[in-house]
Design a protein around this ligand. Structure first.
Ligand code: ACO
Length: 389
């Protein structure tokens, strides 16, 4: 009898504890997320991205004397290899989606450097805004803007996209987003990264693999469709009919439900407040059918209707708003097109992947679960004539 048959099997690994970590704790029943000891609602809207990066990579917040050197070391790694830029130009010519272009360019970050886990991690974190920004510009027929070392990380990402220095409010809104999504327990992409690095592979390989896991609509690919649904509904009075029709067709509502949270995802609240702050200051856009505050109000009403109908259709399953719903609103408010939502998620999450890789290298074992074989075991191979000839 195969050994796996003696072992309890959990399809999808729900409730399986596969490793220990000091990086983040997700309490799905209480709706809490703790990052290295700090509640997300306390840390994310108030800390700089650089502080949070130091926290995850070193386990504690930087001393005042450590802040500037760390920010400088990150900023000094923003330029990407020439080969990466070449890959981005080829990818844009082939109209590759931005997540795939990010994955392709990330794989080149090892070029011209000696492999080193910490340096690889810092390089990936610092390079992601450059890669995503450059690709977006090339894909739109514009030239990438040169990297700047004098801007903080979040502001630099917005600058890479637009070539314009963002206002403090816009940079703060993006910074809050990046901090909010930087780590989240053993989610699928982080698990993928830890599996890869657990073989004593390298950090760039692990991050490249994690990008593949993040891309899927059940993980990081949901915010675009979530916003599409809000726009498809268009006005609050249509919400009930459109959502009901989706649920009748057996469709999933993007931006709702979570494997771990049985209550509202705490990150949704952090992002809802950040979106509201940003949108409060947003001026109506002349000539646009719907100003930003109108979209925010519409989204609130879509959320309320969706939650009511999910309770009706799935009474046994607690389905609440997840991080992706308000990600969509915040990033839309920042003027990012939907195709950049998942790459922007990656700009934040690469920090968590990197920290998990370093932790796994320090403390982890090879991750190698078992599978329960359910195929036949009594077949006999008979060589066919065609194969012999
Ligand atoms: N809309 C409608 N029904 C849903 C939804 C949803 N958003 N989510 C789950 N359900 C239903 C399923 O259809 C299923 O119903 P059934 O038992 O009648 O067949 C039941 O709830 C359980 O679904 P599972 O797939 O077992 O739940 P799981 O824990 O695996 O799913 C997931 C979690 C993938 C996030 C799911 O809720 C989903 O698909 N949500 C929409 C996509 C989304 O928002 N993804 C982003 C997640 S956040 C993140 O990764 C950063």
């Amino acid at each position: 009898m195969a050994r796996a048959e003696h072992v309890a099997m959990t399809e999808g690994l729900d409730a399986v504890v596969a490793t220990s970590t000091r990086l983040s704790h997700v309490d799905g029943e209480a709706g809490q997320l703790v990052l290295c000891g700090y509640r997300v609602e306390d840390l994310a809207p108030n800390a700089s991205f650089e502080e949070v990066a130091f926290l995850l990579l070193h386990g504690c917040l930087p001393e005042p004397s450590e802040r500037a050197p760390f920010a400088r070391s990150l900023a000094g790694r923003r330029a990407i290899p020439r080969a990466a830029m070449g890959v981005l130009r080829e990818a844009a010519a082939a109209k590759v989606p931005p997540m795939d272009a990010l994955r392709m360019a990330t794989a080149t970050l090892s070029l011209g450097r000696v492999e080193d886990p910490v340096d690889d991690a810092l390089t990936a974190i610092a390079s992601f805004p450059t890669i995503v920004g450059a690709y977006q510009r090339i894909a739109n027929g514009e030239e990438p803007v040169p990297v700047r070392n004098d801007l903080p990380h979040a502001a630099h990402y917005l600058h890479q996209l637009s070539g314009v220095e963002p206002s403090a409010e816009r940079a703060r809104a993006l910074e809050t987003y990046l901090n909010t999504v930087c780590d989240h327990g053993l989610n699928a992409s982080t698990f993928a990264a830890r599996v890869i690095i657990s073989t004593r592979s390298d950090v760039i390989s692990a991050i490249t693999g994690a990008l593949g896991a993040l891309k899927g609509p059940l993980h990081g690919g949901a915010p675009g469709p979530a916003l599409d649904m809000v726009f498809e509904i268009g006005t609050p009075d249509r919400a009930e009919a459109v959502i009901r029709a989706k649920l009748d067709r057996g469709e999933r509502l993007m931006g709702f439900g979570h494997r771990i949270y049985r209550v509202r995802d705490p990150r949704a609240d952090v992002l809802a407040q950040a979106a509201e702050r940003l949108w409060d200051r947003a001026m109506p856009c002349p000539g646009q059918p719907m100003g930003l505050p109108d979209v925010y109000d519409l989204a609130r009403s879509v959320e309320a209707t969706a939650l009511r109908l999910l309770r009706e259709y799935k009474p046994d399953r607690r389905l609440d708003t997840n991080v992706e719903f308000y990600t969509a609103l915040l990033l839309h408010g920042l003027g990012l097109p939907t195709e950049l939502f998942t790459p922007t998620f990656a700009v934040g999450r690469v920090l968590g992947w990197s920290a998990h890789c370093l932790e796994q290298l320090r403390e982890g074992r090879l991750i190698r679960p078992q599978s329960a074989y359910i195929g036949p075991t009594d077949l006999h191979y008979v060589a066919s004539r065609a194969a012999l000839n």
